[in-house]
Ligand binder design. Structure first.
Ligand SMILES: NC(=O)c1ccc[n+]([C@@H]2O[C@H](COP(=O)([O-])OP(=O)(O)OC[C@H]3O[C@@H](n4cnc5c(N)ncnc54)[C@H](OP(=O)(O)O)[C@@H]3O)[C@@H](O)[C@H]2O)c1
Length: 329
């Protein structure tokens, strides 16, 4: 079986030796928030440190509570650095025999083009299939300016897993369409998307007033129900609106998964959206029919007001506690 490979590319205003030095600075490792099936890092420490660097072993504690060891197997900062990731705890240990991470450097003037690839060696064919799915979804960003710096930098950071184009092209491409526009632009964006018949549309928007003091609609209807009227024939679900974008990339807080409520009228569409929320790392919870967005949008407002007016900042999320029947204490 071929290893599963995914690559992220970036151009940095640094020499390869500086980048290599940063790789050895383990205080920076928790900046890695995970990629595909590989969990984000909570902490890292040297278990073995050799004078020649090759053979050094780093013990890593992951944000999902698992752990693994990384061994440096090649150290040539002018060309390539290779690390072998092993001794994973479950569930990765059941799926893969090992992971390899390769950094390749190409210098142009004062900049270095860095290509960071992960190679996953699956244990069995079903594990290979599962890892393929976990490795990620191809993304087509529907944007207004596909050549601006913001879009180019975004695509570069995602490697070969994404592209960008017109909103209608993205909508036609995707099985799942994610709507993440400021509320005043949402109707125009849905109209620009064109035919959304039978598509799963995830409405992540919040119908905020321009001064963010509250919601434009609510209680007898919701932004999501409004979106469903604009996106005729689409299977609209509301999700990813009740937490900050910082929690989307890092949904585990102090070892506990933040909750993500999903509502929608089409049960099959909702289960796809729940799976996506789960893949990202959230505790995905079915909140019922789309009408429940009337509750989820004000709840998002609670997060926003605590973060920005309540002085809590963005570094928090909500979690759901369940009393188990076996252990009701
Ligand atoms: N940020 C969060 O933490 C967060 C969390 C949960 C939910 N939300 C909700 O998600 C939505 C987006 O929030 P955001 O913070 O990501 O906003 P943002 O940073 O202002 O980004 C909005 C994006 O929408 C694009 N856009 C604006 N008008 C458009 C149009 N007519 N057609 C296509 N694209 C258009 C903008 O593109 P250009 O680059 O062309 O301007 C920009 O990329 C909001 O409804 C917000 O309430 C946000």
């Amino acid at each position: 079986m071929k290893p599963i490979t995914f690559t992220c590319e970036e151009t940095l205003p640094l020499a390869p030796e500086d980048i290599a030095r940063q790789i050895l600075d383990l205080t920076k490792w928790p900046d890695f928030h995970g990629y595909g099936p590989i969990p984000g890092i909570q902490s890292a420490e040297f278990a073995v440190q050799t004078p020649g660097i090759v053979g050094s072993r780093i013990r890593v504690t992951n944000r999902d509570g698992s752990s693994h060891v990384e061994e440096i197997v090649e150290w040539q900062p002018d060309q390539r650095i290779r690390l072998q990731m092993k001794e994973f705890s479950p569930p990765l240990s059941r799926l893969a025999t090992g992971f390899e991470e390769t950094w390749e450097f190409q210098v142009t003037g004062n900049e270095t083009h860095v290509s960071r690839s992960f190679h996953l060696h699956a244990k069995t064919f079903p594990a290979w299939l599962l890892l393929q799915v976990m490795t990620g979804h191809y993304i087509f960003f529907g944007v207004r300016h596909s050549n601006d710096d913001k879009t180019r930098q975004l695509l570069q950071s995602l490697g070969n897993k994404a592209q960008a184009g017109m909103v209608a092209e993205a909508a036609a491409f995707g099985e799942v369409v994610v709507l993440a526009t400021p509320w005043p632009a949402t109707e125009a964006a849905v109209r620009a998307a064109g035919d959304l018949q039978s598509k799963i549309v995830i409405d992540c928007t919040n119908p905020l007033k321009p001064d963010v003091s509250g919601l434009e609609v609510g209680f007898t209807t919701s932004g999501a129900e409004q979106v469903a009227q604009w996106a005729k024939g689409a299977k609209v679900c509301k999700a990813f609106n009740t937490s900050g974008s910082n929690n989307m990339s890092d949904s585990v807080i102090n070892g506990i998964r933040a909750v993500m409520f999903v509502c929608g009228d089409d049960e099959a569409a909702k289960s796809v959206v729940m799976q996506l929320a789960d893949d990202i790392g959230f505790d995905a919870v079915d909140a019922g029919k789309l009408e429940q967005a009337r509750l989820l949008e004000p709840w998002a407002m609670l997060w926003i007001s605590l973060a920005f007016q309540g002085g809590m900042g963005r570094d928090f999320g909500f979690a759901l506690l369940r009393r188990s029947k076996d252990n009701p204490a």
